[in-house]
Ligand binder design. Structure first.
Ligand code: ZN
Length: 486
């Protein structure tokens, strides 16, 4: 690893002279020209050096880094001295003796200021034979070579862009040459630490024995949009059978079982919705909760998040907007006061599907019929719509079956389709927030071309990504000494 910023000067000899002039016999361009061609273009070259100011600025940073490292080292030395003046007490139960210094060990840590060498004293209680190195605890230094602020910035870059690119950014932004693996390790380590913290908090809030005080001012209404999105997973390792062409084919073709659903829920307060421009509402605060797990895990986490936010009281109505997936409604009952809403756009899309088959894919009749139906649904006339659908005559078997499906879908969800009321109450009728959360949490980082994830790799990255998108990145600073996740 290199610890100083490279101030690269381009070699003057590397400049290209003017581009070679084409010989007379060279084939002319195929496109006919209306006017005479101008002069032959010259090959553009960059100036041999960056501007003077840029060089000075970078040189100052490079020159003063050793001084910063020296100062950091001095401050660590002060802490070491304090520990020597006040040696630790033996941690063994019932001992209470003051421990004595017995030598020291030296470690190096890569920090924002450069590579820091730390000598940590070892203290010993002779009768108990216990040994401690209290400096690391006192400073909160993490195990592993990269520490503190640098580790967090590297993880941040790895959370935002793919690891290879993040490693490049570490070089450009921070002047440290690291590889993708080093970035991956920091994401894993901090992600595992935060995930463990989040799980512990979740267990606390979901345990009936723990106190759950009513918040002083819980909101009257909380909006919840849960939904799932697929994530490509790595195949489980098979026993290798060498030389088999069939085996190779099987390992390269994606199988349906290689996908897992990332379940996400977005929590919002309808009271915080503001009108940014006439007719266009945007939500100020949204809290994203996600997991690569089952529906129960997601709802346990949502519950925990609501407790943490102080958004849960006996009087709070939880408005749940879902796409009709059973796992959502099956768990909605955990909220005694709730309002279930079927996502309006899903409801309308089902009607379009039928209309395209019944009236023809591109016909005006399809559009007119579906639009009229959408207007009726929005007006809360779901019962009328069902009656109208029952009166339709369909000749073909396939169309008839689709109509039957549509009728039973609307009938089953009729109580969740009182859209006029929901709009009047300011609840909203669509699940746009969770759709956009999928894009930000998953698509933008974990669903790029060819990406396949391990369960742990995805879980740790998701934990940090949600932390960042929820505006809680600073929480990472207060995690106690995350150890290396291997
Ligand atoms: Zn002792």
């Amino acid at each position: 690893m290199r610890f100083t910023r490279r101030v690269k000067q381009r070699h003057p000899g590397s400049q290209r002279e003017a581009a070679p002039v084409r010989s007379a016999g060279h084939r002319r361009s195929k496109t006919p020209k209306a006017h005479e061609p101008g002069p032959v273009p010259e090959h553009p070259t960059l100036p041999p050096e960056p501007p003077r100011f840029l060089q000075m600025e970078r040189q100052v940073v490079a020159d003063f880094r050793p001084q910063m490292l020296g100062e950091l080292s001095r401050r660590v030395e002060v802490e070491t001295e304090q520990l020597r003046r006040q040696p630790p007490i033996c941690p063994k139960a019932g001992c209470g003796r003051t421990m004595h210094r017995r030598g020291s060990t030296s470690t190096t840590q890569l920090t924002l200021c450069g590579l820091l060498t730390i000598r940590a004293d070892t203290f010993r209680c002779e009768p108990c034979k216990t040994r401690v190195r209290p400096l690391f605890d006192r400073l909160g230094i993490e195990s592993g070579r990269i520490s503190g602020g640098l580790a967090r910035l590297m993880a941040l870059l790895g959370v935002v862009v793919p690891y290879e690119l993040a490693a490049q950014l570490v070089w450009i932004l921070l002047g440290f040459e690291v590889n993708a693996m080093a970035v991956w390790r920091e994401v894993q380590r901090l992600g595992a630490a935060y995930e463990a913290h989040d799980q512990a908090r979740c267990r606390y809030h979901n345990d009936a024995r723990t106190p759950c005080p009513e918040p002083e001012s819980a909101p009257d209404v909380v909006l919840l949009e849960p939904d799932g999105a697929a994530l490509g997973m790595q195949r489980k390792k098979r026993k290798k059978r060498t030389g088999s062409a069939a085996e190779t084919a099987r390992t390269t073709t994606p199988q349906p079982s290689e996908f897992r659903e990332v379940k996400t829920g977005v929590l919002m307060l309808p009271a915080e919705r503001t009108e940014t421009s006439p007719g266009r509402r945007s939500v100020l605060r949204r809290v994203v909760v996600t997991c690569l797990g089952d529906a129960d895990t997601l709802f346990a986490r949502l519950w925990s998040a609501m407790c943490e936010l102080g958004w849960k009281s006996e009087g709070t109505i939880v408005v749940i907007v879902g796409d009709g997936a059973e796992w959502i409604w099956n768990r909605a009952s955990m909220f005694p006061r709730r309002c279930e809403i079927l996502d309006f756009w899903h409801a309308v899309e089902r009607a379009w599907e039928f209309a395209r088959l019944h009236f023809g894919a591109d016909s005006k009749a399809t559009a007119d019929w579906a639009h009229a139906l959408a207007v009726d649904l929005r007006a809360g006339k779901v019962v009328d719509v069902i009656t109208q659908l029952r009166g339709l005559q369909c000749g073909q078997k396939e169309t008839r079956e689709l109509l039957e499906k549509l009728i039973s879908y609307y009938t089953a969800n009729a109580s969740r389709m009182q859209y006029d009321q929901y709009l009047r109450l300011g609840y909203g009728i669509g699940s746009g927030a969770v759709e956009s959360a999928h894009k930000q949490v998953l698509q933008a980082r974990l669903r790029q071309a060819g990406m396949r994830w391990s369960v742990r790799g995805a879980t740790h990255l998701l934990a940090l990504r949600v932390l960042l998108l929820n505006g809680r990145w600073e929480d990472l600073d207060r995690l106690g000494r995350p150890s290396l996740a291997t």
